[in-house]
Structures are given as C-alpha cells and as structure tokens.
Design a protein around this ligand. Sequence first.
Ligand code: ADP
Length: 444
Amino acid sequence: MFYKVLIANRGEIALRIIRACKELGIRTVVVHSTVDSNALHVRLADEKVCIGPPEPNRSYLNISSILSAAEITDADAIHPGYGFMAENPDFAEACEKCGIRFIGPEAEIIRLMGDKLKARNIAKSLGVPVLPGSEKGISDEKNALSFANEIGFPVIIKASGGGGGRGMKIVHSPSSFSNSFHAAKAETAAAFNNDEVYIEKYCESPRHVEVQIMADRHGNTIHLGERECSIQRRHQKLLEESPCPGLDDKTRKELTSVAVKLVKSINYTNVGTVEFLLDKDGNFFFIEMNTRIQVEHPVTEMVSGIDMIKKQLKLANGERLKYKQKDIKFSGHSIECRITAEDPKRFVPSPGHIKNLHIPGGLGVRVDSALHNSCTVSSYYDPLIAKVITHGRDREEALSRMSRALEEFIIEGIFTTIPLYKNILNDHDFLSGRIDVEYLSRFL
Ligand code: ADP
C-alpha cells in the first residue's frame, strides 16, 4: 500500500480522504492556500504544505506547486478529490511522469471521457441509447441551426469539454437560437479554453439517474447500484438518493448493465459514474461519464456498506476487486442534502465567520463537513459546507431522519440552504417521489 498520500483538495472531501487514509495506516499530506491555514483538513493531516495565495489558480490549481509539495514530502500518490484537479488529464499525466500515482483512471481515459462528444459517440457505437445529437462539434451558426431544425426543437447546446452546467443553453425555438448559440460558445470559451459545442435533443422533464461503477486493473468491473439526482438548480445537483425511488427492476438491470459494458469497453479503472437521463416513458439515454469520485458518493456507501475512498486507494495501488457483482448487497435507503453557504431564497453566497455550530448525529445520520466552531467560510471557493446523509430501512425512514437532522443542525453567523431543504422535505410531490430535473424550479 502507499506510504504517504498527498491530498490535492480542501474542505469536506479532503477530510473524507484523510479519514480513509488513516484507517488504512497511510500517512497524509495536505496542500493548502494561505486562507486555509487553520482549516480542519490542514489541522488533521500528518503534514501540510502551503502552496500559495487563496485564488485557486495560484494554489489548488497550480500543477507545479502541487507536484513540488509531493516531491519535498516524499508522497507516493496524490488523491485529487472532486473538482480542482480531479478531471485534469494533464495533471494525471504530470503525476505519473514524476513517479507519483494519480488516484483515478489513466490520463488517456480522463481525456477521452472528458470530451462529452467522444464519450457520446463511444456509447452510441456500443448500442447504448443516446438522445439525437450532433456527432461532431459545430462552429458555424448556420449549420448549427439547420441541425437543430433537423432533430427538432427544443434542443440543448452543450460544451464538448464542459462540466458544472457551464456553457449549456436550452433553446425552445429557432428565433432564440442565434443568441443562445453565441452565448454558449462565449461561456464555453471562457470556462474551458476551447469553444467547441455540440447540439443534443432536449429531453422534457427527465430524471437524472446515474450508475456507480468500480473497476480494478485486472479486468474486473462491478457496479454499486444507482443514484437519483434530479433535485437540481441550474443543472447542478442539490439532493441525491439511492436507490432511485420508483425505478423498476427491469430498467435498473438495463441501466447498470449498459454502464458496466461502457466502462469495460474502454478498459476503465478505479471508480467512476455513468450518467443517464430517464424520460417520462421510462426510456434512458447516456449523457456523460465522470472519471472521479462524486460529491454524492456517501449515499452509495450507506446502502452498499463499501468505503469508496478506501477502494479508490486500493484500486490505484493495483489491488484486485475482492467482490463479484453477486457479492454486493444493498440495504435500505439513503439521502444526501448538500448544505451550502448561500441565502436559501436568492442563492447569493454568504461567506463569513461561524459563531455557533452544532452538528446533528444519532442513528442513521452522517455529516461530512470540515466546519468547526469559530471557522470562517471563505468567499474564494465553492460554497458547499456540509453534506447531511441519512440512512433508513426504507425511504420514509431516511426522510424522517433527514428532517430530524436538519432541525438539529445549528449554524449561526452565515446564511445556509438548510431552510430550503426543510421545505422540500415537507412537499407532497417530493415525498411521493414525483420528481424530475425541473422539480426545483417549479417548487421555487
Ligand atoms: P455537466 O457535466 O455540465 O454537469 P451534464 O451533461 O451532466 O452536464 O448535465 C447536467 C444536467 O443538465 C442533467 O442532469 C440535466 O438536468 C440537464 N441536461 C443535460 N442534457 C440534457 C438533455 N439533453 N435534455 C434535458 N436535460 C439535459
């Protein structure tokens, strides 16, 4: 096993990785920016290296500073968490060139699946259903419009190298196509240094369902079931659960088996997520693959009993999967609420000093957070401050535990989205599982 792992991330995921390393007897090093000197992940790691000022591109996104920190501390592997460096193939490649194991799939696989258009074409060639869409990037407005007319409105314009919902534009009619096309290209160029966009048929009110997969370096691939991630704002997930409420066994079997087939076809290793949209008639369509650990991985851990970060470390170290698919047993239901430091009505960021904090607990309640009393939530980074995860024998029990946990959660000094979740948990449609990706905009 690795002797020392460097964690190239911050916040709750850095702490989550420290916990897994400690349980495996691995020493930890964290890199941090000046504003994070007193952060919990920095205090709980065995070693720390300050790599720069608060701006992410001068610290958490600075490849040479991170690699220098790994070299001076003799770390033999780097865990990138999610966000920041997690899906940067150049970073994965640079790690391997320095003789440091990148905890994730190989750089070439990250590059391949990071290109959504290529990933779509691979899925299509394997017979995995995809929505009608362009096979190549479209740079010319006229060609783009004629393609949109061919597949029929509404359409969605997407960035080939996209992520985080950026560069995505829904277009309902030809009259608004021109503006949306240019706005999508400009947003894509600014966010990803590459303005390639493609067009896909827009699926009306689908559900977002994704499959968790796990693969070793010896050709064994299994899945850990699915997650329902339809509660979204601006195409970004807020609340996730596993299993997916109301999904029939036949569709579940098909979804999980096409996800395994897809990742096997590219010789994928480590953990990853295959994302699908499920339409109102029960048809599913591949949308993309994420080649990293997901924010919402705890709901899968709660129903499968498998520590996915420990598994990532073991798989990156070349260990064989100890389980066959038939050994994976799911138990009960799990839900996660992503609590952010934002005003719960207008979603304006609310950084600041936390004056009083009480973290909920009790049977079936897990909180992944790097908050502590008197800490400061910085304005430089993502506003996610805590993930509340509950588990119950069924959805009803997981939901009642979530309501109880949110009631108990005290965070004073900043605004958080806890009140929003409390309201969702009282909504009849949500409680009865009548959800799709447009649920939240209707609810708000
Ligand atoms: P990103 O990587 O930027 O997060 P995804 O491809 O994962 O983008 O899509 C994010 C969300 O955008 C989906 O969960 C869904 O809500 C919406 N979406 C994406 N493609 C479509 C589509 N073709 N039709 C309808 N909604 C879509």
